[in-house]
Design a protein around this ligand. Structure first.
Ligand code: MEV
Length: 320
């Protein structure tokens, strides 16, 4: 007799990529961190109806699991747990989810919702082995494949482990290393307001790489070298070096064609306002950028400059 929990809840954070986006898809190192103050949450409530429903109040949706198409990422998250738990049919539950993470903005909203659903359902089923960070990350990775065909694995890893990580995509096992942050790093995160598809940006970089492999391999190498050097700088507490490397990474992302006029403008105004470094974060072409600041006065100046330049959803997150 399986002992179900009547109501199970779980959540997962948003994320930022500090260094190495896109190049990480091609095996170069990258660094990502959770943004714990904005989260996706899921709750699973037992229902005597024997039917499984997904409810997304933000999207105004209530669907029966079996009615959702195969490529629906939220339904995929549920089916993956059903399979991993060896159930012969989905449990009779209502799964509600909600996200504070802006969608299509480079902050991992899709990965966080999937991770929250997976963890909450595994809790409901009383299956601790499906609730480990490793397992939640692996199942979320399968969902991420719907968002784009060749995810590196960094987004699912950072939202499942909820700690800053140095990540290298490799077989048979990705390199996932938490690291020491010797001096706090304060990032202002600002949204261009331009929605951007990760699938499209990643696919476009792939097309360009296939056309000009040597040029793009060199760009990826530079981004990988920057991520490696940045890890040393973070571990040594060299905050101004971290800033320099962010701005340098942005110039390589521009060469990769994943920046945009809006992102470039926000990066420029943040630097002019005194930020130690700035770059786009995530898939690019829109979405978010980061600026590194050191104190309240610098933060206030950078925030005001970003706001005046049209940024929305400005928040600050500190890595300790
Ligand atoms: C998206 O957050 C990061 C990318 O590098 C894609 C990936 O790593 O899967 C653009």
């Amino acid at each position: 007799m399986i002992n179900f929990n009547p109501v199970s809840e779980a959540s997962a954070p948003g994320k930022i990529i500090l260094f190495g986006e896109h190049a990480v898809v091609y095996g170069r190192p990258a660094i990502a961190a959770p943004v714990s103050q904005i989260r996706a949450t899921a709750s699973v409530t037992y229902s005597s109806s024997n039917l499984c429903f997904l409810v997304a109040p933000d999207l105004g949706r209530l669907d029966r699991l079996e009615d959702l198409p195969e490529d629906n990422p939220f339904a995929r998250a549920v089916w993956l747990v059903v399979e991993a738990a060896n159930l012969w049919q989905p449990p009779g539950v209502t799964i509600r989810f909600h996200s504070q993470i802006p969608i299509a903005s480079g902050m991992g909203s899709g990965a966080a919702i999937a991770a929250a659903i997976i963890r909450a359902l595994a809790k409901h089923l009383n299956r601790p082995e499906l609730q480990t960070n490793e397992m939640v990350s692996a199942l979320t990775y399968e969902v991420e494949k719907i968002h784009h065909g060749t995810p590196s694995g960094i987004d699912n890893t950072v939202v499942a482990y909820e700690q800053p990580i140095y990540f290298v995509r490799q077989s048979p096992q990705n390199q996932i290393e938490p690291f020491k942050v010797a001096a706090p790093l304060r990032f202002v995160v600002a949204d261009t307001g331009v929605r951007s598809s990760t699938k499209f940006a990643v696919g476009d970089v792939r097309r360009q790489y296939n056309k000009q492999p040597a040029k793009f391999a060199k760009i990826f190498d530079e981004c990988g070298r920057i991520a490696q050097t940045a890890r040393q700088a973070i571990e040594a507490g060299d905050v101004s070096k971290v800033g320099q490397l962010m701005t340098e990474n942005h110039t390589w992302l521009q060469k990769m064609t994943v920046s945009s006029p809006e992102l470039d403008k926000l990066v420029e105004v943040a630097l002019q306002a005194g930020a130690l470094g700035a770059k786009l974060s995530g898939a690019g072409r829109g979405g978010n950028m980061l600026a590194l600041v050191t104190d309240d006065a610098m933060e206030a100046k950078v925030r005001t400059a970003l706001q005046n330049a049209g940024a929305i959803n400005i928040l600050t997150t500190t890595l300790n």
